[in-house]
Design a protein around this ligand. Structure first.
Ligand code: FA5
Length: 348
């Protein structure tokens, strides 16, 4: 295409220079594409296009090219330069995107380790205690019943042999709800209303436990919470005696706490049981701790539950789950169970 004129400057061999430009045009892009590092690319950039490069020398030698050939020689030089620059640009952007990918990979939060190490959580101690008790009683042939936390006065008091104005109602500091007749709807003060609900729903023989929350306007202290959990037990069958009650309590305490523990019953009073007792459990230090109340189901309660006291007899018990958990784990303040301090809860 072009013919360089003979150079008047013997030191510049334009032909040879253009040959080198052509060789560069042929090999340069592949060499650039093969540059392994940014530094190598920079070096090639200098070598191919820098001040002392063949391309710069060729450009400087344009003055030795015959004027009629300058256009084509100039075109060639432009073409080659453009091709080399494009190759360098391409390689550079490949390096840039590699670097970006690496940086993103380095900055990415690898949560897999954290996830592996993160605790998955577990049931709250009160839930664990409830489930353990349910399992123990199911193992003794009981079923698990439930009742509502919002109750009527009838289920919570009246059907349990505490008619309106009965002084025993003051045993429980009741939280009433503003619904219906004044003082007719309340937060149940114990799980005993489930006794009535179960008798009205099921035919005897009845062997149920009913765990659940109870509410009292008690001020929280080391052994009391205004919202706490109880588990109620009710057995109705023919010929049930106080000895069955004592035996059942002894059995589940040994099941839950170990065979070295024993129980005792102390006379007490509940309007819905007659006779009534409070039951205590022995501790390793030889003391007794109160777990709950119990007794033989009062005839009036059987009647409220639609049963004939001449035909059926039974016993009932109710005790506090938090107190039970405290005993099992040696806790001295019931409030720790509800403050939701993970450091405390994680221990169980
Ligand atoms: C009752 O609630 C009777 N319903 C128990 C019962 C059932 C007797 C069936 C006879 C037949 P009492 O108020 O004593 O009884 O409560 C029983 C247990 O609940 C207590 O022994 C205690 O373990 C727990 N408890 C009572 N009040 C609280 C409270 N404020 N905080 C935590 N636990 C409590």
């Amino acid at each position: 295409m072009m013919a360089a004129m003979n150079s008047p400057d013997a030191s510049v061999d334009v032909h040879e220079l253009l040959d080198r430009v052509r060789r560069l045009a042929a090999d340069g892009p592949a060499t650039i594409a093969a540059a392994a590092t940014v530094d190598e690319l920079r070096r090639l950039d200098g070598e191919f296009l820098g001040k002392t490069s063949v391309m710069s020398q060729a450009k400087a030698a344009m003055r030795f090219v015959a004027p009629e050939d300058r256009k084509s020689v100039g075109g060639l030089l432009n073409e080659v330069r453009t091709a080399l620059e494009a190759a360098i640009g391409q390689r550079q952007s490949a390096f840039d995107s590699d670097a970006r990918r690496e940086r993103l990979a380095a900055e990415a939060l690898d949560l897999s380790e954290v996830m592996d190490a993160a605790p998955t959580g577990h049931r709250h101690l009160i839930s664990q205690t409830r489930e353990m008790l349910e399992d123990a009683f199911v193992g003794l042939g009981f079923t698990v019943a439930e009742g509502p936390e919002i109750e009527t006065d009838w289920y919570n008091f009246e059907a349990l042999n505490m008619p309106e104005g009965h002084p025993a109602r003051s045993m429980w500091d009741t939280l009433y709800l503003e619904a219906g007749e004044p003082e007719s709807v309340l937060l149940r003060t114990h799980t005993s209303p489930v006794q009535i609900r179960t008798m009205l729903r099921e035919e005897p023989p009845i062997y149920v436990v009913a765990p659940g929350r109870a509410y009292r306007s008690d001020t929280a202290d080391a052994t009391h919470l205004p919202v706490f959990s109880q588990i109620e037990g009710l057995v109705i069958d023919r010929g049930i005696t106080f000895a069955d009650l004592a035996g059942t309590i002894e059995t589940f305490v040994k099941l839950l706490y170990g065979s070295e523990r024993t129980t005792r019953l102390r006379p007490s009073f509940f309007p819905f049981t007659e006779p009534s007792a409070e039951f205590d459990m022995s501790t390793p230090s030889g003391e007794w701790v109160e777990l709950g109340g119990c007794g033989m189901v009062h005839p009036n309660v059987l009647r409220a539950g639609g049963l004939d006291p001449e035909e059926w007899s039974g016993f009932a018990f109710g005790f506090g789950l938090e107190r039970m958990a405290m005993q099992r784990h040696g806790l001295d303040d019931i409030r720790e169970l509800i403050t939701n301090d993970v450091r405390f809860l994680a221990q169980f």
